[in-house]
Ligand binder design. Structure first.
Ligand code: GLU
Length: 315
C-alpha cells in the first residue's frame, strides 16, 4: 500500500463533552494521518440513540475545529447506516454464529455470584471486568427461541464465540502502539476472553464491536489509532473481521490521559472538558501542551513524538 492510501479516523460517541483524552487521541490521529499523507476521517459513533444527541455532535465538530483539526469527508454518522450493520448481523445469523441471549446484566451477575458461592472460585470476567455471559440459552431450540421472542421477552444477539473461533484460523494483528502492559508488534488475538459478546440488540441491529469493524471496512480505514483502553477489544474486532471477510487495518493503541486521581478521564468530569477549558481561556496550543504534544501544530513533530519508543500520554 502506498502511503497516500492511508486512511485514519477519529470516532467519538457524541454522548457527552470531549475531554483532554479525546483531544490527545484526535491530535495523534490527525498528526499521523498528515505525516503519512493520508486522509483523516471523523465518525460519529451514535448507535446509542438514547444518549447521543445532535448537540453533542455539533460540539465535537466545534472542539475539533478549535484544535485546528479538519476532516477530509463529511462525517459518517452510524445511526444513518443501520442497514449496513443489520446486513452483517444477518450474515452471522445465517452461519448460526449468533443467538438470542435472554439473560439481563442483573441475571448474569446473580448467576456469577451463585457460581462463586457454590464452586468457591471466581466466575470468569472479560478484560473490562464484566462477568462472562453464562450462555445457558446458547443451544436452545429454534422453537423455544421463537416462543420467548414472540412473547416479547427481552434479549440481545450474542456471538457464539466458541463456534466462531472454530471457523477461522489463529488471528493476529499488527500493533504499532502498545498494550497496557507494553506489548507491541504481532499480537495474538484472544477473543475467547470476551465470551459471547453482544452484537445486536432488540431495537438496534448492532453493538459497538460490530459497527466499528463494519465501518472501518466501509470507510477503507488502514490505520486504527485509539486509546489503550480498547487494546483488548481488538481481539473481538479481529474475529469479526475474519468471520465477515473484512480487511484488517494496522492498529496503534496510544496511552491514556489520566486525571489527577490516576484514573481515566470520563465525559462527566467537567473540569477536563474541552468546552470548559476553552471557556476558561485556554488556547489550542495550551491544550496540546497539556496532553504532552509539541505546542505548535506541526504534525510531523507531533507524529514523531507519538512514535518515539516508550512515548506515553500523561495528564
Ligand atoms: N467510539 C469509541 C469511543 O468513543 C471509539 C471507537 C474506536 O476508536 O474504535 O470510545
Amino acid at each position: 500500500m502506498s502511503s497516500t492510501d492511508a486512511v485514519f479516523r477519529f470516532a467519538p460517541s457524541p454522548n457527552g463533552e470531549l475531554h483532554l483524552g479525546h483531544a490527545y487521541s484526535a491530535l495523534v490521529n490527525h498528526a499521523l494521518a498528515r505525516a503519512s499523507a493520508g486522509r483523516f476521517l471523523l465518525r460519529h459513533e451514535d448507535i446509542d440513540t438514547a444518549r447521543c444527541t445532535p448537540a453533542f455532535e455539533r460540539q465535537v465538530e466545534e472542539d475539533l475545529g478549535f484544535l485546528g483539526i479538519a476532516w477530509d469527508e463529511s462525517p459518517r454518522r452510524q445511526s444513518d447506516h443501520m442497514q449496513d450493520y443489520a446486513a452483517a448481523l444477518e450474515s452471522l445469523a445465517a452461519e448460526e454464529l449468533v443467538y438470542p441471549g435472554f439473560m439481563s446484566r442483573g441475571e448474569i451477575k446473580v448467576h456469577a455470584e451463585r457460581f462463586e458461592e457454590e464452586a468457591g472460585r471466581p466466575w470468569p470476567c472479560d478484560p473490562d471486568g464484566a462477568p462472562l455471559y453464562p450462555g445457558l440459552d446458547r443451544h436452545a431450540s429454534t422453537k423455544e427461541r421463537e416462543t420467548r421472542m414472540s412473547e416479547g421477552e427481552r434479549f440481545a444477539w450474542r456471538l457464539d464465540v466458541e463456534r466462531a473461533i472454530e471457523m477461522v484460523p489463529a488471528l493476529t494483528w499488527d500493533e504499532h502502539g502498545a498494550s497496557p502492559v507494553g506489548e507491541s508488534g504481532t499480537i495474538v488475538a484472544r477473543p475467547l476472553e470476551w465470551g459471547d459478546v453482544v452484537l445486536g440488540r432488540m431495537d438496534i441491529p448492532t453493538s459497538y464491536h460490530l459497527s466499528v469493524v463494519v465501518d472501518d471496512a466501509i470507510q477503507g480505514v488502514s490505520d486504527v489509532v485509539r486509546g489503550r483502553d480498547l487494546f483488548y477489544a481488538t481481539s473481538i474486532h479481529r474475529l469479526l473481521q475474519a468471520l465477515l471477510g473484512l480487511p484488517v487495518p494496522r492498529y496503534h493503541h496510544h496511552g491514556l490521559i489520566l486525571g489527577d486521581d490516576g484514573r481515566k478521564l470520563s465525559k462527566s468530569a467537567q473540569d477536563t472538558s474541552l468546552r470548559s477549558l476553552r471557556a476558561a481561556g485556554m488556547t489550542a496550543e495550551d491544550i496540546r501542551r497539556m496532553v504532552g504534544l509539541p505546542g505548535q501544530p506541526g504534525d510531523d513533530d507531533a507524529a514523531a513524538e507519538v512514535r518515539r519508543p516508550g512515548s506515553s500520554a500523561t495528564g
